[in-house]
Each structure stands twice: as C-alpha cells, then as structure tokens.
Design a protein around this ligand. Sequence first.
Ligand code: ZN
Length: 69
Amino acid sequence: MKTRLTVCTRKQRYPTANDAHHAAATATITLRPYRCERCRHYHLTSRTKGKRVPRPLFANTPNDDKAAP
Ligand SMILES: [Zn+2]
C-alpha cells in the first residue's frame, strides 16, 4: 500500500524513526510511525493494525426502547 501524494504533502514529516516515535509518544491519541515511500521520511498514522478501533461512546442502539420494561 503506497502513500498517496496528498497524504504525504499534508502530513507532518519526521526525518528519522526516532523523531516519529517521539512524536507518537507525546500525542494524545494512538499513532503509529511508518516509512513513507515517496519522501523517504516518516509519517504518523492513526491506523493501528491488529488493534480494535475504539467505538464512540454514544453509539445508537435502536432496540433499546423495546428492551425497556
Ligand atoms: Zn511522505
């Protein structure tokens, strides 16, 4: 999977993996550094493979009304 040019140009770039990891560690959300094929630098992605994406707290549950006594 190649990084799209628009993604590459718009994203923050990190010259080394160390910089990317440091930035990911200080972020408030889970970020994963990855090597960009286009600029040969590193970007951060919020996509974390193998991990479940947290569901929104206010997800709609349409059947709730029927379940009420
Ligand atoms: Zn890039």
